[in-house]
Design a protein around this ligand. Structure first.
Ligand code: CAA
Length: 378
């Protein structure tokens, strides 16, 4: 089997574009959006203008049509600047996956065009107050009545919910044990209620809110796939999305490492730069080595996606390892910054706060290990 570790000219070009965008448009404002807990509408608009948005959407539906490797490179670059902004960008990708995986051509055109040509936002609505890791435990119900389904239930922790024009929702057939169906629910339908915005530890530029469906009448034509297909459609969607969470985590780790390396070269103690002490050098060496390993796992998972063979286990390896790496590297970055690492004037502590959610969302790292263990014991 041939293995290539080089990017194509085009991939390098887009990576440079994303890197420059991050350096010029994200890094200078990351701390402001974090501090003010404000959704960065202007940065989102600029990302759209530069073709760095709706990354999962193929060109035929108005997306940038980038390959999966390029998608991951862009996500890594944006997250290096601000993971809250990367998460906000990736919410549209996440909502696109169930549509791309299971929707009819008509639905794909209608709803993907809305996020690409019309500049709309979409949210992936899976998690509920009583169903986080245990997806099958969800209690939002769908009941068919003529040419509509009536949806009732609560979704929580929904990224971009306050801005979303539609929601991609997983619901359970009312009265049935294990029959899950996926729907696209327009925000302006009667009974769609957006809850309060959450105040978070990290990712504070991103918008997170709950959504309640109260007797919402969703047209049958907004069903994704067939009745009962929803669970697998959502699980497949997560297999596409998890490597990109891995890419976000690598971006956080890279950003924290870059900041720590620069600081270690500048900061003097005992008459020399702290980078000249072996204790700091070994920390930096481990950080750099683990980032490289995490990136390679992400690239392997992304390569499988690009081949049209999404692998749940490789997606879990990438997401889990990269998230753990981001946490370790960000923690070491704070350590290298010392007291300055603990105050908000310096960049290190934000990376640590942002890294933590990487181990939690899109399947906790415990759930990733469940997926891996199932595969190796099958
Ligand atoms: N691809 C295709 N099919 C899959 C699949 C995959 N990746 N994973 C499971 N399936 C199929 C199984 O093959 C099985 O099919 P059969 O019944 O035909 O055998 C069926 O789905 C049920 O699978 P399991 O028995 O494994 O289901 P389970 O109830 O034990 O759950 C789980 C599995 C891995 C724990 C799953 O519930 C899970 O991933 N939980 C984590 C939830 C999660 O990731 N939430 C993220 C929320 S979104 C978010 O965080 C985004 C954000 O805000 C930014």
């Amino acid at each position: 089997m041939a293995m290539f570790f080089e990017l194509s000219e085009e991939q390098m070009e887009i990576n440079r574009l994303a890197r420059d965008f991050t350096n010029e448009e994200i890094l200078p404002v990351a701390s402001k959006y974090d501090e003010e807990e404000e959704f960065p509408v202007d940065v989102m608009d600029k990302l759209r203008e530069c073709g760095l948005f709706n990354l999962a959407v193929p060109e035929i539906y108005g997306g940038p049509g980038v390959d999966k490797m390029t998608h991951s490179l862009i996500v890594e670059q944006i997250a290096r600047g601000c993971a809250g902004i990367a998460t906000s960008v990736e919410a549209n990708s996440l909502a696109s996956y169930p549509i791309l995986v299971g929707a009819s051509e008509e639905l794909k055109k209608k709803y993907l065009h809305r996020i690409t040509y019309e500049g709309q936002y979409a949210s992936f609505a899976l998690t509920e107050p009583g169903a986080g890791s245990d997806v099958a435990g969800l209690s939002t119900t769908a009941e068919r009545k003529g040419d509509h389904y009536i949806l009732n239930g609560d979704k929580c922790f929904i990224t971009n919910a306050s801005y979303a024009n539609y929601f991609v929702v997983l619901a359970k057939e009312k009265g049935a044990e294990n029959k899950f169906t996926a729907f696209i629910v327009d925000r302006d339908l009667d009974g769609v209620l957006i809850g309060k915005k959450e105040k978070k530890m990290g990712l504070r530029a991103s918008n997170t809110a709950s959504v309640t469906f109260e007797e919402v009448a969703v047209p049958v034509c907004n069903r994704i796939g067939n009745e009962g297909d929803g669970f697998k459609i959502f699980m497949k969607a997560l297999s596409y999305a998890r490597p990109m969470v891995g890419a976000q985590a690598v971006g956080i780790a890279q950003g924290a490492y870059d900041a720590a390396l620069a600081y270690a070269k500048e900061r003097k103690q005992f008459g020399k730069a702290i980078s000249q002490f072996q204790s700091i050098q070994f920390m930096l060496a481990d950080m750099s080595m683990n980032i490289e390993a995490a990136r390679l796992l992400v690239h392997k998972a992304v390569y499988l996606l690009a081949k049209g063979k999404p692998s749940a286990v490789n997606s879990s390896y990438a997401k889990c390892f990269a998230a753990d790496t981001a946490m370790e590297v960000a923690s070491d970055a704070v350590q290298i910054f010392g007291g300055n690492g603990y105050i908000r004037e310096y960049p290190a502590e934000k990376y640590l706060r942002d890294a933590k959610i990487m181990q939690i969302y899109e399947g906790t790292n415990q759930i990733q290990r469940v997926v891996i263990a199932k595969e190796i014991l099958a």
